[in-house]
Design a binder for this molecule. Structure first.
Ligand SMILES: C[S@@+](CC[C@H](N)C(=O)[O-])C[C@H]1O[C@@H](n2cnc3c(N)ncnc32)[C@H](O)[C@@H]1O
Length: 249
């Protein structure tokens, strides 16, 4: 299975129930209000925070590589009476008819692009979809290794209809040189009729300010800034969560 297809099948059910954070709309609302509409959320999943931005009156499209996520997002949009376009495409081969004043990833979805070559292709595609004065916002995350005492430990939740959804990180490789963490993860859906199991390789590929800037330049983008989310100062090699803003060179 390719990394872009990670969020499919029972993983989508488990993700919706087990996700530890909800995505705050505010930083993305502010970004789109600053840089303009229309906007595009890349890796929009089931619609958080995309649908909140639409509900606030902004014109925002979504794109995701998982058809299961796209369907959920469209269903959630209809349930909230929201008109938006949700496309089924990969960030690295984005090919849409429109150009956008604002393009953003919500949360560390850029880290799901599993190597520098894929990340570069995504940045090139983003460049092609930006208006001349548009901007893209890309959150960056440097993960720690999963602690040993969490490997093999299951997190579980009930879907409210008698189905248990389970997530277990089984083993992990953490490669600082390749800036890649690969976690073999087991997802289970335990229903009265039987248990479905999916073992997936969850890959996080991270970037330093320097490596991200080099990729951006290669992609024809200018880094306006990379800000450490914790200190609100320019990110350093010690930053673990930061936000990059890029524009066309
Ligand atoms: C961590 S989820 C976040 C989703 C959303 N913010 C939410 O809460 O529902 C990451 C999303 O990125 C999508 N994704 C992963 N790789 C992708 C790629 N190469 N191109 C586009 N979307 C991708 C996944 O299918 C998934 O829906």
């Amino acid at each position: 299975m390719e990394p872009a297809d990670f969020y499919s099948g029972i993983v989508v059910d488990a993700y919706a129930k087990l996700k530890s954070s909800t995505f705050e709309a505010e930083p993305y609302l502010e970004f789109v209000r600053t840089h303009g509409q229309p906007a595009l959320e890349v890796g929009c999943g089931d619609g958080e925070p995309l649908l909140d931005l639409c509900a606030a009156g902004l014109e925002v499209d979504g794109v995701d590589s998982s058809m299961d996520m796209v369907e959920r997002c469209r269903t959630n949009a209809v349930a909230r009476g929201i008109a938006t376009h949700v496309f089924h495409q990969r960030a690295e081969s984005l090919n849409l008819d429109r150009r956008y004043s604002s393009i953003y990833f919500a949360g560390p979805t850029f880290n799901l692009l599993a190597d520098d070559e894929t990340a570069l292709q995504a940045l090139r595609a983003i460049r092609e979809h930006l208006t001349d004065d548009g901007a893209a916002l890309i959150p960056l995350w440097v993960p720690d290794p999963t602690p040993d005492d969490e490997l093999g430990v299951t997190r579980s939740t009930d879907d409210g209809q008698g189905i248990e959804l389970r997530y277990t990180p089984l083993s992990e490789t953490y490669d600082r040189e390749r800036r890649t963490r690969a976690t073999t993860s087991r997802y289970e859906r335990v229903a009265p009729g039987g248990t479905e199991v999916a073992d997936r390789e969850w890959i996080i590929h991270w970037h330093t300010p320097r490596s991200f800037s080099a990729l951006s330049t290669d992609a024809g983008l200018r880094v306006v800034g990379i800000i450490d989310d914790d200190t609100n100062e320019p990110a350093s090699n010690a930053s673990t969560v930061s936000t990059a803003t890029v524009q066309r060179l």
